[in-house]
Design a protein. Structure first.
Length: 207
């Protein structure tokens, strides 16, 4: 619900929700989205297709720049600023096909790490490296801006992950990707573990 409200506050009102486990619970709560001022469609996976495979399944809906948000991300980052950063590259440099929000993590081995050049273009991506392979603490935050053509790189009906599969492929083919670290006063936590969920109960109120 927070993600929907956050998206709507940045002008995004057409939303697709990817589901697998107990999908009827989410569908019953949100319905068609009218009660939240948005339009919702659902994609129910069986079997699970991975983060990028899920997007491929929804390809017919993408006819312009779109946003992907991982469902376990709690954030108040300025999504509109991230979209502006994504679009600025078409004005003078290589137009961005994909832009990642980035954040700093205490344990880089748990995340997908991103190396940027001086202007913010992604030059290396390593998903959950070994301790000896960690080269930065900047990690994929789970908020992405994409152009529709990116989906063509993802095979159909196949488990395919952004971090393990798609990002390294795009980097190898020199597809223009950019990254923008979130601001110091912005909040972002992946609440995918009970420990992190307990943490945000204390940190989030009032943000």
């Amino acid at each position: 619900e927070h993600i929907l409200i956050w998206l709507k506050s940045h002008g995004i009102t057409q939303i697709a929700i990817n589901l697998h486990y107990q999908p009827e619970v989410i569908q019953a709560y949100f319905g068609d989205g009218a009660g939240f001022g948005v339009e919702i469609c659902y994609s129910v996976e069986d079997p699970i297709l991975g983060t990028a495979g899920a997007v491929r399944k929804l390809q017919p809906y993408f006819d312009s720049t779109f946003v992907v948000v991982y469902g376990d991300v709690l954030t108040n980052l300025d999504l509109s600023a991230l979209v502006r950063f994504h679009r600025q590259w078409g004005e003078g440099g290589a137009p961005a096909w994909l832009t990642l929000a980035l954040y700093r993590v205490p344990n880089p081995t748990e995340c997908g790490l991103v190396e940027l050049d001086a202007v913010g273009r992604v030059i290396r991506f390593v998903e959950k490296p070994l301790p000896t392979e960690a080269f930065t603490d900047l990690a994929n935050a789970g908020v992405l801006i994409l152009e529709p053509g990116i989906v063509d790189f993802v095979p159909t009906n196949t488990y395919y992950d952004f971090g393990h599969d798609l990002f390294p492929l795009l980097a190898a083919r020199d597809v223009p990707m950019y990254g923008l670290p979130i601001a110091d006063d912005e909040y972002l936590v992946d609440i995918g573990t009970p420990e992190k969920y307990r943490r945000v109960q204390q940190e989030w109120p009032g943000r």
